[in-house]
Structures are given as structure tokens and as C-alpha cells.
Design a protein around this ligand. Structure first.
Ligand code: MRU
Length: 340
């Protein structure tokens, strides 16, 4: 990233990096409407659960900021319409829905005039972004306690600065350990089909000077059997009563980690927790078959083949050693309370 947060509000413009263009090009998107942000989320120019939350909040902030409505009620109606559009972008990460509800609750409970309401919505969106940045630092601080000098940590997908407002969740833990001088090494899975590991995690870690080795997803069993990694840290899109939902392939990594006695840690802010529901209630996003048949624009699969392309999977809590959030580290005995 250039010297900025992954997402920023600047006088009525939302700035963010186009993640589909990385690592080859650093293209900054300058967005002025909810529709533009909704499109960027759908096309994964903006991605990663905490970033989706901040982006949805800023999308509603743009709606309020540019509204011509004269009354508070009219702005609330416009916000509800914008919220409907945002809710249809991606279904799995709860942070998006959490941020939308938080902004709508703020707007509906506000008693000032239209102009003051618009300003309050912008402030609330900025607060959501600031809180995410602060949460990531705390996740890093707590999570680094689980990392020892010389560890080699495997991570899947991208749960770095690019997936959050800044610093990252899983990569925040690795960064904090590195900053403490723990000399960690990282194995990053490429993360088919969208290659967030190869394109984004590798990019972030190389830039930070943290040693990183890229492997294909199918090499995880090999590196664990060979004892080339001794810990796993991943992010999450939704943590429910009985499971962690994260990027497709996370479940495979978790099962392999358990088989090899390797701790499997999940790092996520509380905005990712959705403890009212179980995994059976979660909608797993199914994406375009082209993501599987093609690599970039080049078709690799035989014509006529059937395709399945779920973007996330479900890792039951029995595979999770600990969850690191901004309040501290949760272990098995804490997970039991999720069910209450
Ligand atoms: O489809 P993506 O790239 O939005 O999926 C991202 C992930 O699965 C991340 O691991 C998760 O959102 C946590 S990011 C801190």
C-alpha cells in the first residue's frame, strides 16, 4: 500500500486500492457513490471481511453526504435503499451486514436535521474504520503471545492490511510477532481460485521483509508432514455458534493441522462474530464458474465440464485451537459459551 489506510474518506470521496490489479499495479479507486462501492465489492476490487464492513459504512456515508433530501426521514429512506443494494453484493462476511445495521440504527435514532444527520452518518462510518484499525493492533498484540521465536506460520487467503482498514488480522498477528523480533517465517497458500495468497499475502509480506514461501493449496499436507510449518493463523468471514466460516480451503487446512498436532488459530475482530446463528444458517457465496475454468482470462478447463465454486467453507470449532480478537484470546472453554 502507498502511505495510506486500505480505505479512507477524503472530503466526500472514498479512496481505496483496486485489489484485482495487485500485485502488478497500484490503482487507487476514487469513489463518490454507493453504487460504485457496491460494484467494487461485487467484483472484489474491495474484499476481506473487515474491509467490507468499512466499505459498506462509507458507501452509506456517501449516500447521506450527497443526499439532496430536506428531511431526516427522507435521508433514512435513501439509506435504506442503499443498504438493500449493499446487502445484495456478497452474502457470507457478516461484517458487511453488521456495519449496515450500525449505520441504519444511528440514522434512525438521530434527532437533528437532514444536514446534521448526514454529518453524523459520515462520522459513524469513520468511527467504524478507526475501530477496525485499533482492533487489528490489539489482535496483533494478543496474537503475538501465541507465536514463538523461530515459528513458521502457515496462513490461507489474505487476512492482511488489504483485507482490513490497516495492519490485518492473521497477518497482524504475524506482523506484531515480527516487530517483536521473533524472526518468524510464513508459508502462504496461493488460494485458488482468486489467488489472494499469491497476489496479496505474498505482496504484503515481501513488502514488509517478512520471509514468505508460496505454496499451492494442495501442498499443505506435504509441508505439515515434513514439519515445515508449526502453526496456522487464518482470518474469518463469520464466526458462528459452532464454526468459523472462512475462505474455501480453510477447512482442509484445519483438518490437516489437527492430524499433525499443529495449533490452528483464527484471528478476527468482534464485528466478525455472529453468535445468534449456527453454520447451517450461513449463506456460502457461490461465484462465477469462470473463476474455476480460467486462470485470469485463459481457459484451462475442458469445455462442457460441470463447475462448483463455493467461495467459503465451514470449519467446526473442534478444529480451532484459539480465536484471537481485540478483547483477548478465546480458548475451547470460551467456545462453549457461544452456544448459550
Ligand atoms: O473472498 P474474499 O477475498 O473476500 O475472502 C477473504 C477471506 O476469506 C479472509 O480470510 C477473511 O475475510 C478475513 S480478512 C481479515
Amino acid at each position: 500500500m502507498p502511505n495510506m489506510r486500505t480505505i479512507e474518506w477524503q472530503n466526500g470521496t472514498v479512496l481505496t486500492i483496486d485489489q484485482t490489479r495487485l500485485p502488478h499495479e497500484t490503482v487507487i479507486l476514487k469513489m463518490k457513490s454507493c453504487e460504485e462501492i457496491a460494484e467494487a465489492i461485487k467484483s472484489m476490487r474491495i474484499r476481506g471481511a473487515p474491509l467490507l464492513g468499512a466499505a459498506a459504512a462509507y458507501a452509506l456515508a456517501l449516500t447521506a453526504h450527497y443526499s439532496k433530501a430536506k428531511s431526516r426521514e427522507e435521508i433514512v429512506k435513501e439509506l435504506e435503499k442503499a443498504a438493500d443494494l449493499l446487502r445484495k453484493t456478497r452474502p457470507t462476511a457478516v461484517n458487511l451486514f453488521w456495519a449496515i445495521e450500525r449505520i441504519l440504527t444511528k440514522a434512525k435514532g438521530f434527532s437533528g436535521n437532514a444536514k446534521a444527520l448526514a454529518a453524523a452518518v459520515v462520522e459513524e462510518a469513520k468511527k467504524i474504520a478507526d475501530e477496525d484499525a485499533a482492533a487489528n493492533r490489539l489482535i496483533g498484540k494478543y496474537g503475538a503471545q501465541l507465536i514463538s521465536k523461530g515459528d513458521t506460520v502457515l496462513t490461507h487467503c489474505n487476512a492482511g492490511a488489504l483485507a482490513t482498514v490497516e495492519y490485518g488480522t492473521a497477518l497482524g498477528v504475524i506482523r506484531a510477532a515480527w516487530e517483536q523480533g521473533k524472526k518468524v517465517k510464513v508459508f502462504a497458500t496461493e488460494t485458488r481460485p482468486k489467488l489472494q495468497g499469491a497476489r496479496l499475502t505474498a505482496y504484503e509480506l515481501v513488502r514488509d521483509g517478512i520471509p514468505v514461501t508460496l505454496i499451492t493449496d494442495s501442498m499443505v499436507g506435504y509441508v505439515m508432514q515434513k514439519r515445515l510449518v508449526n502453526k496456522v493463523v487464518v482470518g474469518a468471514d463469520r464466526i458462528v455458534k459452532d464454526a468459523v466460516i472462512n475462505k474455501i480451503g480453510t477447512f482442509t487446512v484445519a483438518v490437516l493441522a489437527k492430524e499433525h498436532g499443529i495449533p490452528f488459530y483464527v484471528a478476527a475482530p468482534k464485528s466478525t462474530f455472529d453468535l445468534k446463528i449456527t453454520s447451517a444458517d450461513v449463506i456460502i457465496e457461490e461465484r462465477d464458474p469462470k473463476e474455476v475454468t480460467n486462470i485470469g482470462s485463459i481457459r484451462i478447463a475442458a469445455e462442457g465440464v460441470n463447475i462448483l465454486n463455493p467461495a467459503f467453507d465451514v470449519t467446526p470449532l473442534k478444529y480451532v485451537t484459539a480465536i484471537i480478537c481485540e478483547s483477548g484470546i478465546l480458548f475451547k472453554e470460551d467456545f462453549d459459551k457461544f452456544k448459550a
